[in-house]
Design a protein around this ligand. Structure first.
Ligand code: HPA
Length: 250
């Protein structure tokens, strides 16, 4: 068993990671967002990959999700925790808080979203009824309790194309569709992970109220501030969840 961690906006480095090696990786789908960082958290082997690149230069629609997931799998990852910055549609989710989604609606387009497109093999379908790995969600839930961090369990994640934020009308539509949080990176990542049979779950960090859910427009400086606080919680959560996942006591 090995955990891969995909860091999102605000998490280009994992401060509690002891780095052993950085490996440039090539896949049949191109290069992942950055060299794969092999190291340990609390003595357990993990692989870290910053989704937007080391210097946060790759926008959500340009991330090579196929290469990232393929590289993690080939590097030995069996489980993947993805960290995703989101806007809150459901006003119960405060900025800076963490959410553990259980469902996804995909509104993205023009992204390579499957490994099954170009092979001569028969068309392959995958079950995606529950898009996230229940076992890993449970570990994260318990890790949050141990860490003393509030983690809102259960939310529908709307994946939008970006890189712009949404209009008020778009957010109203997502809300009518049943979405609680909105982000730009949840898909096709989760679907590709399932195709590779990786046990994948997302921890969403609320960066802002979605468009129209607070007075005024979206404040980018505020987002940075809340992401910083939120990512501190993610680090603490991972520190407690990783020993649980590996079956060792902290
Ligand atoms: N919309 C989409 N993606 C996001 C948002 C948002 O409001 N905040 C952070 N990522």
């Amino acid at each position: 068993m090995k955990l891969g961690i995909i860091g999102g906006s605000g998490l280009t480095h994992l401060r509690n990671l002891t780095v052993q090696e950085r490996r440039v990786f090539r896949t049949p789908y191109g290069e992942p967002s950055a060299p794969m960082v092999h190291g340990t958290v609390g003595g357990q082997d993990v692989i870290f990959l910053p989704r937007h690149g080391q210097a946060h230069t790759i926008p959500p629609h340009r991330v090579n999700y196929q290469a990232n997931l393929w590289a993690l799998k080939e590097s030995g990852a069996t489980h993947v925790v993805a960290v995703n910055a989101v806007g809150a549609i459901n006003t119960a989710f405060a900025s800076g808080s963490l959410v553990l989604p259980d469902q996804i609606i995909d509104y993205t387009y023009d992204r390579e979203h499957t490994f099954f497109g170009n092979s001569p093999e028969p068309v392959t379908h995958i079950d995606f009824t529950n898009p996230y790995c229940e076992m890993l969600r449970e570990v994260l839930r318990r890790g949050a309790i141990e860490a003393g961090i509030d983690l809102a369990v259960g939310a529908t994640y709307a994946a939008t194309q970006g890189p712009r934020f949404e209009t008020i009308a778009e957010i109203r539509r997502l809300e009518r569709d049943g979405a609680d949080i909105v982000g730009m990176t949840g898909m096709p990542e989760a679907g590709l992970a399932r195709e590779l049979a990786l046990c994948y779950a997302s921890v969403a960090v609320v960066a802002n109220p979605a468009a129209g859910k607070a007075d005024g427009e979206i404040d980018l400086r505020e987002i940075e501030r809340f992401l910083e606080g939120g990512m501190g919680k993610v680090r603490a959560l991972l520190e407690h969840a990783i020993p649980l996942l590996y079956g060792v006591s902290a």
